[in-house]
Design a protein around this ligand. Structure first.
Ligand code: ADP
Ligand code: ADP
Ligand code: ZN
Length: 231
C-alpha cells in the first residue's frame, strides 16, 4: 500500500453484516470508489435493462445471479476506475470462480488486492438487521428502523433532494433465509481462497457502527484522515 486513496479492498461478509454501511464511512475517510454488485444489479433493475431482467428472478429468490453475467458487470465497472485510484468491493466475489476471475483481471492490469476485510456477524443478528433494513432509492445507502419509534427515516440524508427510502423485496423472511444459506454454502469458501493468499483480516461486526469503522481503519493501518503509516 502506498497511498490510502489507492487501496484495493474487498469488504466481505454475510448479507446484513454491515458492508454497505462501512463502505459509506470508508468512502468519506479514504475517498476510494465503492463498487457494490448488488447496487449495480438494482440499478439495472430500475432502468429495466436486459441484464436487470435476467437478474430479477435470482435476486428475488435470494439466489446468486450466474457468473457469466455477474463477473463481466463487475470487472467492467472496475475497469472504469483509474489505475491510481483505489476501490472497495462489496458483495463481490461471492464464490471462488468470481474470486479467481477478479484476481486474473487485476493481474492483467498489474494490480493485486491489498486486503480482504471479513465482517463477522451471527445469523440471528443478521436476520434482525435485514428485517429492519431500508435503503435509499437514489444512492442505495442503507438505513435501519429507529430503535425507539420503529419507523424508518422518510428521506435520505445524503441525497440533495432527499431520496425516497424503501424496503428491498428480497429483505423478506423467505429470501433472507435463502441468502444466508447461499452465503454459508457458496460464499464462505472464498474466505479460504483469501486466507491462503495472506489477505484476510477478521473484524467483529457486532459492535457499534463507529467501532466497526475504527477497527477497519486499524486493519488498513490508516488514520481517520486517510494517512497511511509506514509498516
Ligand atoms: P446483501 O447486501 O443483502 O448481501 P446484495 O445487495 O449484495 O445483498 O445482493 C442482492 C442480490 O443480488 C443477491 O441476493 C444476488 O441475487 C445478487 N448478487 C449481488 N452480488 C452478486 C454476486 N457477486 N454474484 C451473484 N449474485 C449477486
Ligand atoms: P450489508 O451491506 O452487509 O448487507 P448493510 O450495511 O446494508 O449490510 O446493513 C444491514 C442493516 O444493518 C442496515 O439496516 C444497517 O443500518 C444495519 N447495521 C449496519 N451495521 C450495523 C451495526 N454495526 N450495528 C447495528 N446495525 C447495523
Ligand atoms: Zn440517498
Amino acid at each position: 500500500m502506498t497511498a490510502a486513496n489507492g487501496i484495493r479492498l474487498v469488504l466481505f461478509g454475510p448479507p446484513g453484516a454491515g458492508k454497505g454501511t462501512q463502505a459509506q464511512l470508508l468512502k468519506e475517510s479514504l475517498g476510494i470508489e465503492h463498487v457494490s454488485s448488488g447496487d449495480l444489479f438494482r440499478h439495472h433493475l430500475s432502468n429495466g435493462t436486459e441484464l436487470g431482467e435476467l437478474a430479477r428472478g435470482y435476486m428475488s429468490r435470494g439466489e446468486l445471479v450466474p457468473d457469466e453475467v455477474t463477473i463481466g458487470m463487475v470487472i467492467d465497472r472496475i475497469g472504469g476506475i483509474a489505475d491510481s485510484a483505489g476501490f472497495m468491493l462489496d458483495g463481490f466475489p461471492r464464490n471462488t470462480a468470481q474470486a479467481q476471475a477478479l484476481e486474473t483481471a487485476l493481474l492483467e492490469r498489474g494490480q493485486r488486492l491489498d486486503r480482504v476485510v471479513h465482517i463477522q456477524v451471527e445469523n440471528g443478528e443478521l436476520i434482525r438487521r435485514l428485517s429492519n433494513r431500508y435503503i435509499c432509492r437514489v444512492c442505495q445507502r442503507p438505513y435501519a428502523r429507529d430503535a425507539d419509534t420503529g419507523a424508518p427515516p422518510k428521506k435520505c440524508a445524503d441525497c440533495p433532494d432527499g431520496g425516497d427510502i424503501y424496503q428491498r423485496e428480497d429483505d423478506t423472511e423467505g429470501a433472507v433465509v435463502n441468502r444466508l444459506s447461499v452465503y454459508h454454502q457458496e460464499t464462505a469458501p472464498v474466505l479460504e481462497f483469501y486466507r491462503q493468499r495472506g489477505l484476510l483480516a477478521d473484524v467483529s461486526g457486532e459492535q457499534t457502527i463507529d467501532a466497526v469503522h475504527h477497527s477497519v481503519l486499524r486493519i488498513l493501518n490508516v488514520s481517520e484522515l486517510g494517512a497511511v503509516s509506514k509498516s
